[in-house]
Design a binder for this molecule. Structure first.
Ligand code: ADP
Length: 446
């Protein structure tokens, strides 16, 4: 049983976890850097511990500091949220070595699925279609060239330890492949401390569709349907929705089954996401995210299941207690990621003081955000300052509701991507559900 929990994260996800703890009657202890000192969400936790200065390496990414905080706070579990240490197998191992439950899968599973090349091999072994490419990492240029010649250009060079849409390079010929390998390796080493890369066919017009899974420590796994995350800017998600407006029902069923099969094969427990690309009536596994994801509330809205509460319950050893047939999907949900970004400067981060903020509300609207009037958005972290979600009976009603909610939102003092969301929600292709991962980059180039 978990009765006191440390939140090793910040911002909206820290607040999300505090809320889950309150409802579960679990005490929450949140860590914070000096850049986040004074944030209103810190007061909602039972205790808040300062763990160092703004730069993440000295605070939210410092394993010894976070473990010391967990020991001082005398907690029995750590929730890592997303980003930071959430998919760090070593951190999970250190937590458990100190008798602190890590809220996430076992370290071996994190390691296995965190290596994207190995995860692909595991998927293939489970009979799940994967994007054609190298069998594991490529070590030489010749190996990469041979793969490219076999699958045909364009190809994508991807970092084995990549994430957040970073460390990827498209190559259209031998010359750009060789140059791309160099830069991708250097970028991957700098961003993830691991220069290994693999090569796969670059699908030119896919949808990104992912399956939310939940597994218990007894080996039961179910899925909570899909999220369509094809509205992306430079391979980073901007809008997510469920159900996907662009996949047929037989594919939806097959993807769900494939995700559950893979999760069982790697001994997955907790909440996780199995990501696929879908193109020309076929789907391909791309990766597993061994954590709660930013877009998890989309699935919460259509299933009525609180994923963060489930994560905590499952980490404590509780059984799933639900069968796949008992999951009921209701209505349509859309999420817009609200980022502190300057649309006039290629969406560069726009940190600073929020001088005025009015969040939308009313029927079917959910705002997951930690900022308010007077909040300062620090320059050190991701630029996401919140998520606006709507739920309605149909997709058309959800779109109308999202337009209304976006029009209510006021954020002054910093630049945001609210205008971009308003534009997307009024786009005819988006309205018809006819979009792929190319949609937004094309919209922005016109
Ligand atoms: P990350 O972990 O960095 O987010 P992913 O593997 O999840 O990387 O890919 C992120 C996005 O990159 C996908 O949603 C998709 O838009 C694009 N992408 C990844 N692999 C391919 C591919 N083989 N072909 C085309 N696009 C791809």
């Amino acid at each position: 049983m978990i009765s006191r929990l440390l939140i090793a994260n910040r911002g909206e996800i820290a607040l999300r976890i505090i809320r889950a703890c309150r409802e579960l009657d679990i005490e929450s202890v949140v860590v914070y850097s000096t850049a986040d000192a004074g944030s209103p969400y810190l007061e909602l936790a039972d205790e808040a511990i300062c763990i160092g200065p703004g730069p993440s390496a000295q605070s939210y990414l410092s394993i010894p500091t976070i473990i010391s905080a967990a020991e001082i706070a005398n907690v029995d579990a750590v929730h890592p949220g997303y980003g930071f240490l959430s998919e760090n197998a070593h951190f999970a191992e250190v937590c458990r070595a100190n008798n602190i439950e890590f809220i996430g899968p076992d370290e071996e599973t994190i390691r296995r699925v965190g290596d994207k090349a190995e995860a692909k091999l595991a998927a293939r072994a489970a009979g799940i279609p994967v994007v054609e490419g190298s069998d594991g990492p490529v070590t030489t240029d010749d190996e990469a060239l041979a793969v490219a010649h076999r699958v045909g250009y364009p190809v994508l060079i991807k970092a084995v330890s990549g994430g957040g849409g970073r460390g990827m390079r498209v190559a259209h010929n031998d010359i750009s492949l060789q140059a791309g390998l160099q830069t991708a390796r250097t970028e991957a080493e700098a961003a993830f401390g691991d220069s290994s890369v693999y090569v796969e066919k670059y699908l030119e017009d896919p949808r990104h569709v992912e399956i939310q899974i939940l597994g218990d420590k007894q080996g039961n796994v179910i899925h909570l349907g899909e999220r369509d995350c094809s509205v992306q800017r430079r391979h980073q998600k901007v809008i997510e929705e469920s159900p996907s407006p662009g996949i047929p029902n037989d594919i939806r069923i097959k993807m769900g089954r494939a995700a559950v099969k893979l999760a069982k094969q790697v001994g997955y427990h907790g909440a996780g996401t199995v990501e696929f690309l879908y193109e020309k009536k076929k789907f391909y596994f791309i990766e597993v995210n061994a954590r709660i994801q930013v877009e998890h509330p989309v699935s919460e809205l259509v299933t009525g299941i609180d994923l963060v509460k489930e994560q905590i319950r499952l980490a404590g050893g509780a059984p799933l207690g639900r069968k796949q047939q008992q999951i009921v999907f209701r209505g349509h949900a859309i999420e817009c990621r609200i980022n502190a970004e300057d649309p006039d400067r290629h969406f560069a981060p726009s940190p600073g003081l929020i001088t005025h903020l009015i969040a939308p509300g009313g029927p079917g609207v959910r705002v997951d955000s930690h900022v308010a009037t007077g909040s300062r958005v620090p320059p050190h972290y991701d630029s996401m300052i919140g998520k606006l979600l709507v739920h309605a009976d149909t997709r058309a009603e959800a779109i109308t509701r999202m337009r209304r909610a976006l029009d209510e939102y006021r954020i002054e003092g910093i630049k945001t991507n609210l205008g971009l969301h308003r534009r997307i929600l009024r786009n005819a292709y988006f309205e018809r559900g006819e979009y792929t991962t190319r949609f937004l980059d094309e919209l922005l180039s016109t």
